[in-house]
Design a protein around this ligand. Structure first.
Ligand code: ADP
Length: 518
């Protein structure tokens, strides 16, 4: 007998050391870890499982409190069937599986690695897992953003084709008119007709170009309203004036019902008249000859409503949501001979919204006619309207520092912020956050709290000391939304606290300078 005798035999010591090591490992890792016993019914179908062991991260990763010894069905009755099936398969086959899947009952998405432990007859499965809800939410946000961009791209291509066509149309009559003017035997009547052709076609082209410029101004936030108090009737009259020739040509019956309670309104008369004219033009374009068009106004306690109703070709239900999107045209069913660039309604929406109002379309379907309703807000002062336009223009490009030791989370948030047009730096630990900030001088720092080397609170304290950081917006992103952790982050100098997974909407609001996001 020598050396080891007093302690333990070498093998036992090894086993003891490795058990202790594993225990420390599972207790300290960020991943959730648990061992479950899968329960089968008499037919061998997995029906439930019981938690035999959990590590400290388990609770944070699942939100399940005091799970030990309890069954999953008891803890989360709505937990999806696929979880029971998957763990049942692992317990019976012994095949380890890695997968990611949603757990809606827990409101999360997981990345899971699960494998069998113990004797096969014990039906024990060990599970290592990570809550990846944030990554999934961002992936989905990016995916839907991409889908929207792809769709916008297709619409733009279609628009360019239509635009080329529309701009080309007036050229043929203009060419012929030029040719005619070159002849010296033209009668006074022919001369007059030729002049009318030129005037009409040039007028058509300039309207198209004006629309194009308006769209560009509205989307770039450069259109400034010149609001003033004007009688609503005057604005409507000038719109009717512009559309009357088309309506007369199509022999439409037009009725106008004005609510006498609406007198003076606070609008940009030129732009609001353009809104009404666009809607009336559409009503006339998309209603067969001899149809009926009604314009109605209605006073509401703090607003006024303007409705334009027609009994024309109507709009399919599936086309309604996109109607106001730029370049959208309802291809089939609509009478394309009327032409148009598919931007009239987006101009209407842009102008109405600049006035602080809203516009909606209603239709019971194809051939059922349509109603467009504009709701205008209580009148504002002109100064406010101008300030509003300026504010729209000034969604500034910000410098944003993102720090999170979860690289996926940090990278995807970084991508999202970059995608929103801001300049972003991404780092994966606290020390790197401080060093990067000293060079980059961010306007906003989004910091994870539990980071290696320096935690988020230490980083916040360090950054608050920096001379350049006077207006730095410090945002903490933590897995905990409780009062105590909020108190801790605010005490460390944070301005805002977001609970993970950080919602893209909250982020966007903060980046736009809206501090009500929480
Ligand atoms: P455009 O008329 O140049 O195509 P708009 O943006 O004004 O573009 O309208 C977009 C689409 O909405 C039109 O192509 C048409 O299909 C549909 N639309 C607009 N107004 C009406 C209406 N009053 N009745 C039926 N469809 C309409």
């Amino acid at each position: 007998m020598e050396a080891y005798g007093a302690v333990a035999p070498p093998r036992e010591l090894d086993r003891w050391e490795s058990d202790a090591k594993y225990r420390t490992l599972f207790d300290s890792i960020d991943e959730g870890f648990c061992v479950i016993k899968v329960l089968f019914d008499a037919a061998g179908t997995p029906v439930d499982y019981v938690f035999l062991e959990t590590n400290p991260s388990f609770e944070r990763q699942t939100g399940l409190v005091a799970a030990l010894g309890r069954s999953m069905r008891a803890l989360a009755p709505a937990h999806e069937e696929h979880w029971f099936r998957t763990y049942g398969d692992i317990a019976t086959t012994g095949e380890a599986i890695r997968f990611d899947a949603p757990a809606q009952a827990l409101g999360r998405w997981y990345d899971v690695y699960a494998f069998r432990v113990g004797e096969p007859s014990q039906h024990l499965v060990a599970i290592l897992f990570n809550d990846i809800s944030q990554r999934k939410a961002l992936e989905q946000a990016l995916e839907s953003r991409n889908a929207r961009l792809r769709e916008a791209d297709v619409r733009k291509d279609r628009f360019l084709a239509t635009l080329a066509h529309e701009l080309r149309n007036p050229l043929a009559p203009l060419m012929i008119a030029a040719e005619l003017l070159g002849r010296d035997n033209l009668s006074a009547r022919q001369l007059g007709q030729t002049r009318d052709v030129i005037r009409r076609q040039v007028g058509h082209m300039s309207r198209l170009l004006d629309d194009l410029l308006d769209v560009a101004r509205i989307t770039q936030g450069k259109l400034v309203l010149r609001k003033q108090g004007v009688p609503l009737t005057e604005v409507i009259d000038s719109a009717m004036e512009a559309v009357r020739p088309l309506m007369e040509r199509k022999q439409h019956a037009v009725a106008v019902h004005l609510d006498p309670a609406i007198g003076i309104v606070d609008v940009d008369p030129v732009r609001f008249s353009q809104v009404v004219a666009n809607l009336l033009t559409n009503a006339a374009k998309y209603t067969d000859p001899g149809g009926r068009i009604v314009l109605r106004t209605r006073a509401e306690p703090e607003a006024f409503v303007l409705e334009i109703e027609d009994n024309g070709i109507g709009i399919r239900g599936d086309a309604l949501p996109d109607l106001f999107v730029m370049f959208s045209q309802v291809a089939d069913g609509a009478d394309r001979t009327e032409g148009g660039l598919g931007i009239g309604l987006s101009i209407v929406k842009g102008l109405v919204e600049l006035h602080g109002g809203s516009v909606q379309a209603e239709s019971a379907g194809a051939a059922e006619g349509s109603t467009f309703r504009v709701r205008m807000p209580p009148s504002r002062t002109r100064e406010m309207a101008v300030a509003n336009t300026v504010a729209r223009q000034a969604v500034a490009r910000r410098r944003v520092l993102v720090a999170d030791d979860n690289r996926d989370a940090a990278d995807t948030i970084g991508m999202l912020i970059g995608d929103l047009g801001h300049e972003v730096r991404v780092v994966y630990d606290g020390q790197a956050a401080v060093s990067a900030a000293r060079i980059f001088h961010p306007d906003m720092a989004l910091l994870d709290i539990g980071m290696p080397k320096m935690d988020g609170c230490m980083v916040a304290r360090a950054l608050r000391e920096e001379p350049w950081a006077g207006s730095l917006l410090l945002v903490a992103a933590t897995g905990w939304g409780d009062a105590e952790s909020r108190r801790k982050v605010f005490a460390a100098g944070f301005d805002e606290h977001l609970t993970k997974p950080v919602s893209p909407d909250d982020l966007e609001r903060l980046l736009e300078g809206d501090r009500s996001a929480r």
